[in-house]
Design a protein around this ligand. Structure first.
Ligand code: ATP
Ligand code: NCN
Length: 222
């Protein structure tokens, strides 16, 4: 059984904040890997200003280098856009893995706007990573109102596979102010650097050799 953290994101572009929070989550939650699920399109975000999928994938692959992080286009391949559908399908596609959903505090503040958000929380445990400027809104959010009784102490974070759902843990590492919004403001044409670099494979990471493949295990690649 592998313990996998799922970090869904627009990655428009990927940045050091994503990498740091993933490496911290691996330690705090005792994960084998984090999968970066590059979203075909966040249902709540405007398409204007969203770089092409290939450029977002390529920026994520670069940022994930030499780390136990896999960059995945699986939401595009299995045609899920809503997280509720993704977290319902992944355990069926990868029955030998256990999954936990990772997200920044900005997303907890808005979680009640996500499609079937209570179903998501009943399908996977959730780890929320503190983010400068958002923690107060996250704590006061409607979703947190519903999830408050499901909160586990961070000191028990490694036991997440045994938690009854819904379950939520708040992780506080050294808060990182990096955001894709500020990177885009500084360099609106960032994606041109990736023009024509179409990803040659759907994942990166430290142990491609041991990854499941259709050929060897009759399973889908993440
Ligand atoms: N600095 C950070 N600290 C904590 N969580 C973060 C940080 N940056 C991104 N995240 C989380 O990573 C996930 C993917 O983030 P995303 O790709 O939207 O980057 P972003 O910087 O939030 O982008 P944007 O500024 O365009 O909204 C989200 O759950 C987000 O909350
Ligand atoms: O399912 C939803 O309704 C939904 C609404 C907003 C965001 N999400 C997911 O949240 C993740 C983070 O998105 P983003 O754009 O903040 O990086 C990404 O996987 C999105 O698909 C999902």
């Amino acid at each position: 059984m592998k313990r996998i953290g799922l970090l869904g994101g627009s990655f428009n572009p990927a940045h050091l904040g994503h990498r740091k929070l993933s490496l911290h989550a691996i330690r705090a939650l005792g994960l084998d890997e984090v999968w970066w699920l590059v979203s075909p399109g966040n249902p709540l975000k405007d398409k204007a200003g969203m770089a092409p999928f290939k450029a977002r994938m390529a920026s994520a692959q670069r940022m994930a280098r030499h780390a136990p992080i896999r960059v995945s286009d699986i939401e595009k391949r299995i045609k899920t856009r809503y997280t509720a559908d993704t977290v319902r399908k992944l355990p069926r596609l990868f029955p030998q893995h256990r999954f936990i959903w990772l997200m920044g505090a900005d997303n907890l503040a808005q979680f009640h706007k996500w499609e079937r958000w209570r179903d998501i929380a009943e399908q996977v445990p959730i780890a929320v990573i503190a983010r400068p400027g958002y923690d107060r809104d996250a704590h006061a959010s409607p979703a947190m109102g519903w999830l408050r009784r499901a909160v586990w102490p961070a000191g028990q974070a490694k036991n997440w596979t045994r938690w009854r759902l819904p379950a939520l843990v708040l992780l506080r590492f050294r808060p990182d102010p990096t955001s894709a919004t500020s990177l885009r403001a500084a360099d609106p044409a960032w994606h041109r650097r990736y023009a024509g670099t179409g990803q040659s494979e759907a994942l990166t990471g430290s142990d491609k050799a041991s990854s499941p493949s259709r050929h060897h295990t009759d399973q889908l690649q993440p």
